[in-house]
Design a protein around this ligand. Structure first.
Ligand code: BDP
Length: 725
């Protein structure tokens, strides 16, 4: 009996252990996306056998925080990918060593006499070489942060199964400041954020440094992002008070080893709000002194503070025009306060006023072009990709190419405020590429926006690219698995604005999900078509600004009235019995005249205007003949439907990838695609129901009628839609 009890007990114990290990194993395999693309999962054969001998040892001296971060990342990556923990040694003692360092940190690197000067302060080389007769791989740079970037690149090569046996590559960034703009508030809400609360836990700072801050830094460094604005452009002056500066300094301390500089947003009226002054007039000496003192104070807290980002006289924010001064007066006063510390001032060109009757699309150009050459040396003007506001598709902003004497930096939106929030799958690199590839013609053919941004067209002394972050405290960082790709793509394009969107998608997919061709190919093609699908079901043929009021969730083409015309939809689509579209030709607002003549004639002529921008520039009758031979009305309906169909096809594509993706992430993406399909149909149906009241025309043959009445769509309300405060 006793032995029987014992054996039952033992069996139970075994069962418990077994169950425990199964639970643990499945837990270990469950993936929630936290790892991002830095997902160092064990390699399969034969890649494993190929790479292992090339990482037998880590040879270098980790004698700075940045080099320690580089060595730690290599160790972590190699342990995950190759299942080895290569010893760290100062010299090469075996074949297959991975040598890392700068000429000053590593005698081996020094002895190789590499020409590192051309790489600049952030570039690196990856090179197969021979040291004392032994084959090694070298990750070398002139600076520690270059080594860190090189380490991430090396790991990426393994993650994407590249050949690393004969490496001979070098890389350096084409844009100087590669910066995230967090629209994060001090109460941890995030304006237009769809990934939960702000990552910055201000309340617990500076004493508690969430380990996530380090992972955030790793992720950014891995794609070359070297700066971050911690706070919302709709700024709260409190962030400039001593208590918050201490908190910001603590964050800067975490980010510094990863080559990331901290910036803050400055509320223009801060001298009044926290400084006790009666005015914030930029030409008042007391105001200028207040800012000078404030900057000195910031630099005492954060010696490598990057600078300030300012939204002024835009959407109700205070600014120099409140005192009858120009944007240049305001920007230069702040730039002067930053200059002794080598800080940069990023001044946003996103300005428009409801008191100004002119077409909103024209206002930034009208405001800033006359100020070209009037800004201090440390000012960059930050310009959104298009002239309205981060719409699913906009023609490039006419300011690009039009301010040769003022460094213009790009502002892209990574968070998908106008492209379906976190649930819609929209890979944005194709959109970023479209803008970067656009030809401004300002210095003849080939004067692309890319060349404006990398500074080569006008010889800018400063260059920059900003991305409005989509990051929050959600486990998967960005609210969805595929939104991680947009963070990734932004960083890669900021480093090299010439990269093809497809190559970035492929790289990301391999790192994030795996290398099986049956996975990579369909996922990449799904990503490549995804943003076009959103354009089709939300704002086809150049339509824009048709979303719900305030929260911007879902369709709202009927939005009218309220405090400002330029915050309604009817202002933009101008649909009536006769037709639809915003006439921006010489007969209308003449916004086309803000482009170079070669561009203006194209956009200004309905026959030559790319149809994707047709209703952006033209008001056309419903029976206008499209290139397809269809009427404009029919084309509109067909395009909406095409968008919905594309999402259905994406669902099928994704379903077929199930064998290659862990269950947790697969299920989440599948569920989000189902939401996307539902909402795509909602956009189509609501838009068609609304525009049909003007066109008075039947739907083309075979097209399904909207599922509900227009009144139904108009009645929907979403008081707690995320991202809106
Ligand atoms: C708009 C957003 C608003 C931002 C603004 C900006 O709806 O929340 O404050 O852009 O960029 O698209 O300043």
């Amino acid at each position: 009996m006793r032995s029987g009890v014992k054996s039952v007990g033992r069996r139970l114990l075994w069962l418990a252990l077994l169950l425990g290990s199964v639970v643990m194993a499945s837990h270990a395999m469950a993936e929630d996306g936290y790892d991002l693309w830095l997902r160092y999962r064990p390699l399969e054969s034969p890649a494993l056998e190929r790479y292992r001998p090339l990482a037998a040892e880590l040879a270098g001296t980790a004698n700075s925080p940045t080099l320690r971060a580089a060595a730690a990342e290599l160790q972590r990556g190699l342990a995950g990918l190759l299942g080895v923990q290569p010893p760290l040694s100062e010299r090469v003692s075996r074949a297959g060593a991975l040598v890392f360092g700068t000429p000053s940190s590593s005698d081996i690197v020094k002895s190789l006499n590499l020409d590192l000067r051309a790489l600049g302060a952030e570039g690196y080389v990856l090179r197969s070489a021979s040291v004392a007769g032994r084959r090694v791989t070298v990750i070398a740079a002139a600076t520690d942060v270059g080594v860190l970037y090189g380490a991430f690149h090396y790991l990426r090569l393994l993650q994407t199964r590249a050949d690393v046996s004969r490496l001979e590559l070098s890389a350096s960034p084409r844009v100087q400041t590669r910066i995230l703009n967090h629209w994060d508030n001090l109460d941890r809400t995030v304006e237009r954020g769809y990934a939960g609360e702000s990552l910055w836990d201000w309340h617990k700072l500076p004493d508690y440094l969430d380990p996530r801050y380090t992972d955030y830094a790793r992720a950014n460094a891995s794609i070359g992002i070297n700066a971050t604005v911690l706070t919302n452009v709709n700024a709260n002056a409190l962030v400039l008070t001593p208590a918050y500066l201490e908190k910001a300094a603590a964050l800067a301390g975490v980010l510094r080893p990863y080559g990331i500089r901290v910036y803050l947003t400055a509320r223009f009226s801060a001298p009044i709000e926290i400084g006790g002054l009666a005015t914030a007039d930029p030409l008042d000496p007391a105001v200028a002194k207040w800012w000078r003192d404030k900057m000195a104070e910031i630099y005492r807290h954060i010696p490598d503070f990057g600078g300030l980002l300012v939204k002024a006289n835009s959407e109700g924010q205070p600014g120099p025009q409140d005192y009858g001064r120009s944007h240049a007066d305001g920007a230069n006063m702040l730039a002067d306060a930053l200059a002794p510390h080598r800080g940069l001032l990023m001044w946003r060109a996103f300005v428009y006023s409801h008191e100004e009757p002119d077409d909103r699309a024209k206002q930034a150009y009208s405001e800033f072009v006359p100020l070209d050459g009037k800004f201090r040396d440390n000012v960059l003007l930050q310009v959104k990709n298009g002239a309205i506001d981060f719409q699913p598709r906009e023609p490039f902003h006419p300011l690009f190419g039009a301010m040769p004497r003022t460094p213009l930096m790009m502002e892209f939106q990574i968070t998908k405020e106008y492209l379906g929030f976190a649930t819609h799958l929209a890979y944005l690199a194709t959109m970023y590429r479209e803008t970067l590839d656009a030809d401004t013609w300002r210095k003849g053919r080939g004067s692309t926006v890319e060349k404006v941004i990398d500074g080569s067209l006008h010889g800018y002394r400063h260059t920059g690219m900003a991305g409005v972050a989509n990051i929050g405290a959600d486990r998967n960082w960005t609210g969805s698995q595929f939104d991680q790709a947009n963070w990734y793509a932004f960083g890669r394009l900021a480093w090299d604005p010439g990269l093809p969107a497809q190559a970035i998608a492929e790289e990301w997919t391999r790192m994030t999900f795996g290398n099986e061709p049956a996975l990579v190919q369909p996922v990449v093609s799904m990503m490549m078509g995804s943003r076009e699908a959103v354009v089709d079901y939300m704002t086809p043929l150049g339509l824009h600004h048709l979303m719900g009021r305030g929260h911007h969730y879902g369709p709202g083409p009927w939005v009218e009235g309220g405090p400002r015309a330029d915050w309604t939809s009817v202002y933009y689509h101008r649909a009536d019995r006769n037709g639809i579209g915003f006439d921006r030709t010489a007969r209308g607002s003449n916004a086309v005249a803000q482009y170079a003549p070669q561009v203006a004639v194209q956009f200004g002529d309905a026959r030559r205007c790319p149809e994707q921008f047709l209703l952006w520039f033209h008001h056309l009758p419903w029976d206008y003949r499209m290139h397809s031979g269809r009427t404009l009305w029919d084309e509109l309906v067909v395009t909406y439907t095409r968008g919905v169909q594309a999402v259905s096809a994406m669902r099928d594509t994704w379903a077929a990838t199930a064998p290659y993706v862990d269950a947790e992430r697969h299920a989440q993406v599948a569920a989000f695609l189902a939401i996307q399909e539902k909402e795509a149909r909602w956009w189509r149906d609501a838009s068609i129901a609304y525009f049909q009241t003007f066109s008075g025309r039947p739907l083309p043959a075979g097209e399904a009628a909207p599922a509900h009445s227009l009144d139904y769509y108009k009645s929907l309300e979403f008081p707690y839609a995320p991202g809106h405060h």
